[in-house]
Write a protein that binds this ligand. Structure first.
Ligand SMILES: NC(=O)c1ccc[n+]([C@@H]2O[C@H](COP(=O)([O-])OP(=O)(O)OC[C@H]3O[C@@H](n4cnc5c(N)ncnc54)[C@H](OP(=O)(O)O)[C@@H]3O)[C@@H](O)[C@H]2O)c1
Length: 311
């Protein structure tokens, strides 16, 4: 049986993790072009060396490659880590058994007997929230996962998932949502507050705005590929004052970078950021977002500059 509602989950006390979508994903992130296994291996090693204990993957990332790489890397270290992965409710997956089979597939790729956190990746129809939570309960009872999470669930779906699990004595551990200085929907629509009320950790994905909050992309040189559509020249022009402020605030904290400021801002808001890192340098830099805090005045100034992106 899982944890009683309100009790501590594997994410208790965890303030930072690493996202591994880009580890093996060719289509969106261009794995194999400019970075590949050697680089992501270094990103893993650098993160572990910096004390990072949470890694987030999914069966869908690189069609299983991310889980496979993470599983391979795990065999080379001694310390226990918190491993989170996700179930994708494809339209042909209609039964509780399909979730358990998918979880067993993930465990095989990861080389683990149990994951720490199993999440529903998307609230796709037609299967109900309650059916997937019943499957998750079976997964907990079979000791295939310690905790249960969801992702991209709005308030009402999250509440239903929370209640379905609570009836089985299980605390919903997390809801993974996009949250950053360039996307504050969860803050503005009350989802973050609702998570906090229920004791559900809001895991913040894309906390670097898929790289644009690092400051390395400019209106003249937007991010490559699919990202360039969302973060186009116009958007990057509007971002200039925010990035200027982030650089100034970072320099007041002994030379912290915009990426570190962006990640720290999420932590200050109560989110658990899981930035992606493709290389040793990115992993080291992102881990430098831990161990210090922006002031309340700096958070307020960043909020204001980010509000102006929508104006
Ligand atoms: N649940 C969901 O639906 C969902 C959706 C999206 C993501 N996620 C999870 O959240 C994780 C993070 O989100 P994300 O990967 O979309 O976006 P992100 O963390 O905002 O951005 C990651 C990208 O930014 C660049 N970058 C990272 N650190 C940097 C640094 N220090 N300096 C400069 N550039 C840096 C890298 O790309 P370049 O070098 O190519 O710029 C990297 O791949 C994912 O890996 C995944 O685990 C979940």
């Amino acid at each position: 049986m899982g944890e009683a509602p309100g009790s501590q989950t594997v994410l208790h006390g965890v303030e930072f993790g690493v996202g591994t979508w880009s580890w093996g994903d060719r289509l969106f992130w261009g794995y194999g072009r400019g970075y590949s296994k050697a680089e992501v291996r270094q990103a893993f090693d650098a993160s572990v060396a910096a004390g990072v204990c949470l890694f987030d993957t999914a069966e869908g990332y690189g069609q299983g490659t991310s889980e496979q790489l993470l599983g391979e890397f795990l065999t080379t270290i001694d310390q226990p880590l918190i491993i989170a992965t996700k179930f994708l409710p494809y339209p042909w997956r209609l039964t509780r058994g399909s979730l358990l089979r998918a979880l067993k597939g993930s465990l095989k790729r990861l080389g683990l007997a149990r994951v720490d956190l199993y999440q529903i990746h998307q609230p796709l129809p037609p299967v109900t929230v309650e059916t997937w939570m019943a499957a998750m309960t079976e997964a907990v009872q079979a000791d295939l996962t310690r905790d249960v999470g969801v992702s991209n669930y709005d308030r009402s779906r999250m509440q239903r998932a929370y209640e379905a699990l609570a009836r089985e004595g299980i605390q919903l551990a997390s809801n993974q949502m996009e949250y950053s200085l360039v996307n504050r929907k969860v803050e503005k629509n009350g989802l973050l507050r609702h998570c906090q009320e229920l004791g559900v950790k809001l895991m913040a994905y894309s906390p670097l705005g898929m790289g644009v909050l690092s400051g390395k992309y400019t209106p003249e040189s937007p991010p490559p590929g699919i990202r360039g559509g969302r973060y186009n020249r116009k958007f990057l022009e509007r971002m200039t004052p925010l990035l200027t402020l982030m650089k100034r605030i970072g320099s007041d904290h002994a030379g912290k970078t915009p990426s570190q400021v962006a990640i720290n801002w999420v932590m200050c808001k109560g989110g658990l950021p899981i930035p992606g890192a493709k290389t040793l340098a990115q992993a080291e830099q992102n881990a430098g977002a831990i161990g210090w805090r922006l002031t309340e005045a700096e958070v307020a100034a960043l909020d204001e500059a980010s509000d102006r992106l929508e104006a």
